[in-house]
Structure formats: structure tokens, C-alpha cells
Design a protein around this ligand. Structure first.
Ligand code: 9MR
Length: 369
């Protein structure tokens, strides 16, 4: 990828940061994730609209300096990019592609087929034939438009239940369980120059992993191209499933797949279930939001230790891992401030709300020293 060839010096980031927040001196050098892990895997972030439009100069400087790949957090999802049967809205996706090109960032496009964030009209389609037409047009129009402009696509997102069976989505109901293979077949024809991935959460867990392996085998046995699998990685402080993650890396790689961690964050607040099913919610009460005024050092250290253990495992399997993407640039952006309880103050990423590197950042970097 040409995007990886040119890197702006980290010193520029330092100067901007020094000027804007006044917390680093010109002598201090903040290491760059994308450079430190250059020989291991690419380092990504999710980008929201404000970031794509460069509304905050501090975020803009940090993104360009730290990351060499990015995933649109929402703007390429069907409800935004394909709001009506015959209307596509490419404005924001085009902006993202241009922004990333300018900053030497490879785009992982997200996502073609997902049961969530579908446009309203899709739920109203009655006949199977019309649904097939919607499905085919949606994938081929969007995948063809961005072929050669994005590096990869999450072709299908979250098609599985926790027990490894197929989720009872509108796609399953209308098209049957071959819809996943069909989606990859259509995407491969429309986007021959784009890598194609299956993406899910909890697919490192043994039962869901077995379902994921069976699903991908079906695609491979049909002679349809699939290049990799994404493990989202929405995990919890002190509960990293390291053994399951390691087994998953090995088993997916043994199928000839590239392995990616696609939506990494570590939740520090209370939640009584695992995963990232956006339809699940919990009641709000003050005890659910204990760190409104800052994260205690003890929790900060635990977070750093978790990230250190995770990246040590990633490095051990650097030959199989293609990309590690954080689900957001800084803690202020994280979707975990709003889910499963609205309005909490969460701390799941490597950069804080002022875009300052947290202890977890330095622990991860120190693994390469
Ligand atoms: O981070 C995204 C958030 O802004 C949206 O409100 C949410 C809506 O469904 O989707 C979030 O991103 C999800 C991703 O697309 C797929 N895996 C789970 C992510 C977190 O919910």
C-alpha cells in the first residue's frame, strides 16, 4: 500500500501538541504507535464525522501521527450511505477516503451487511425477490465505487449468536443462511482489488468461534474469496480472555485467514454481560458512573496491565495478525460513554479526553524496547 510509505515525523505532532495543550516540552518525544509496530501489524482507529471533517486540530494531529489505518465508525453503514431504495449518499464516505489518502491512512470500510443501522425502507421490503435485489444492489454499488480506494471491507458484520448459530436477522429470514456466502460472492465480483473480511464480537469465545469457523469454511468451500476475519475485541478490565484469543488467532490463521482485532477497547465500568450487542441496555443509576471526576490510579494501572498483556500476545503472533484497530481515538469519543448506560464517563482507550497518552499507551510501547 502506498499509504504506508510516507510518514510525517512524530516531531510535528509534538510541536502541535506542545503548542496546543502546553503539556509536553519540545524535548519530550511521544512515540508513534504506527511506527513502533510498523514491522508487526498496522494500527488503526475508528473515525467519526467530526474527525473526518478535521473539526478539532488536536484530534487531527494525533490521528495523522499515530495511525496508519482507519475504519469509519458509522458513516458507511447502510442507513447513512443508502438511505432510500434508489438513493445513495456518498458524501461523507468520499470525504473519509480523501482525508485518509491525504494522511497516508488505509481505509477499512465498515460495513456492507449488518442487521443494525439499516435504512427504514429495508425493513419494509416484502418479497424475497425485492430483498435480493436490494441486497445485491447495495453490495455491488458501494463495493464497486470504493474498489481500489479502500484497502478492505467488513463485508458481513455480526451474523452469529453467542452459541455459534446464525442470528435471526432480516437477512437470515429473507435469504436463508447462504446470505453470508452470497454477500462475499457479490463483493468479490464488485471489488476485486479490495480485501474482504468477516467481522464479529465474542468470536474468540469457543462456541461462537466454532460457528464462525463453520461459516467461513462454507464460504471457502463454495470457492468464494474471503481474506480475513475480524475479532472486534470489546473486552472488560481484568477479564481479558487471553487463552481464547490465542486459540482463535491460531485456529483462524490455520484456515489461511488474516487475523485482525478490529474494534479494540477495554471497558472499565460495570456491565453485567459481555460483547457488543447494541440492542442490550442497562438501567442508569449513580453507582454505575463512579469515575465522573477522573480515573483512580489503581484502575489506570490495571488498564495499563491489561493492554500490556494483550499487546504481548499480539506481538507473539505478529506473523498472523494484520491489523489492530482501536474503536476510537480518545476516551471522549468512545461509544462506551453511551452504551449500555447513557451518559457515563468511560476510559477504554490509550488516549484521554485531552488527547494525552495514558499509562496504557506507554506500557504497550515499552513492549518494543
Ligand atoms: O461506535 C458505533 C456507535 O457510534 C453507534 O451508535 C453504534 C450503533 O449501532 O455502532 C457502534 O459501532 C459498532 C460497530 O459498528 C459494530 N460492532 C459494535 C460497535 C459498537 O456498538
Amino acid at each position: 500500500m502506498i499509504y504506508y510509505k510516507k510518514y510525517m515525523p512524530c516531531a510535528l505532532f509534538l510541536m502541535l501538541l506542545t503548542a496546543s495543550v502546553g503539556q509536553l516540552t519540545a524535548q519530550e518525544k511521544l512515540p508513534c504507535l504506527k511506527k513502533v509496530f510498523k514491522k508487526d501489524f498496522t494500527i488503526g482507529t475508528a473515525l467519526n464525522t467530526a474527525q473526518i471533517e478535521e473539526r478539532d486540530p488536536k484530534a487531527a494531529a494525533l490521528i495523522a501521527e499515530q495511525f496508519n489505518t482507519a475504519t469509519p465508525e458509522n458513516i458507511m453503514k447502510a442507513e447513512i450511505i443508502h438511505p432510500k431504495w434508489d438513493t445513495y449518499n456518498f458524501e461523507l464516505a468520499d470525504k473519509m477516503v480523501a482525508y485518509c489518502k491525504k494522511n497516508n491512512i488505509a481505509v477499512n470500510a465498515h460495513t456492507l451487511i449488518w442487521h443494525s443501522q439499516l435504512p427504514r425502507f429495508a425493513y419494509g421490503i416484502q418479497s424475497v425477490d425485492s430483498f435480493k435485489t436490494f441486497f445485491t444492489n447495495h453490495i455491488s454499488t458501494i463495493a464497486a465505487r470504493y474498489d481500489g480506494k479502500v484497502f478492505s471491507w467488513d463485508v458481513v458484520n455480526e451474523a452469529l449468536n453467542e452459541d455459534g448459530t446464525m442470528r435471526n436477522s432480516v437477512f437470515l429470514k429473507k435469504l436463508g443462511d447462504s446470505f453470508v456466502t452470497s454477500a462475499f460472492r457479490i463483493a468479490a465480483a464488485a471489488a476485486p482489488n479490495t480485501e474482504l473480511y468477516y467481522n464479529d464480537y465474542n468470536n474468540e469465545q469457543p462456541k461462537k468461534r466454532a460457528g464462525c469457523i463453520a461459516l467461513i469454511k462454507k464460504i471457502q468451500e463454495a470457492g468464494v474469496r474471503i481474506d480475513g476475519v475480524g475479532i472486534q475485541g470489546h473486552w472488560h478490565l481484568g477479564k481479558l480472555p487471553l487463552k481464547d484469543i490465542e486459540e482463535s488467532i491460531e485456529q483462524y490463521a490455520a484456515m489461511g485467514l488474516k487475523v485482525m482485532f478490529t474494534e479494540l477497547d477495554i471497558e472499565v465500568l460495570k456491565r453485567d454481560f459481555e460483547g457488543a450487542d447494541v440492542s442490550q441496555r442497562m438501567k442508569s443509576d449513580p453507582t454505575m458512573d463512579p469515575y465522573k471526576n477522573g480515573l483512580p490510579d489503581s484502575i489506570q494501572e490495571k488498564l495499563a496491565a491489561d493492554y500490556e498483556a494483550l499487546f504481548a500476545l499480539f506481538l507473539k503472533h505478529r506473523d498472523k495478525i494484520e491489523r489492530v484497530t482501536f474503536w476510537g481515538v480518545d476516551d471522549g469519543q468512545s461509544w462506551l460513554n453511551g452504551w449500555p448506560v447513557p451518559g457515563r464517563t468511560n476510559y477504554p482507550l490509550l488516549f484521554d479526553r485531552e488527547f494525552k497518552a495514558k499509562p496504557a499507551f506507554y506500557k504497550v510501547i515499552a513492549l518494543k524496547k
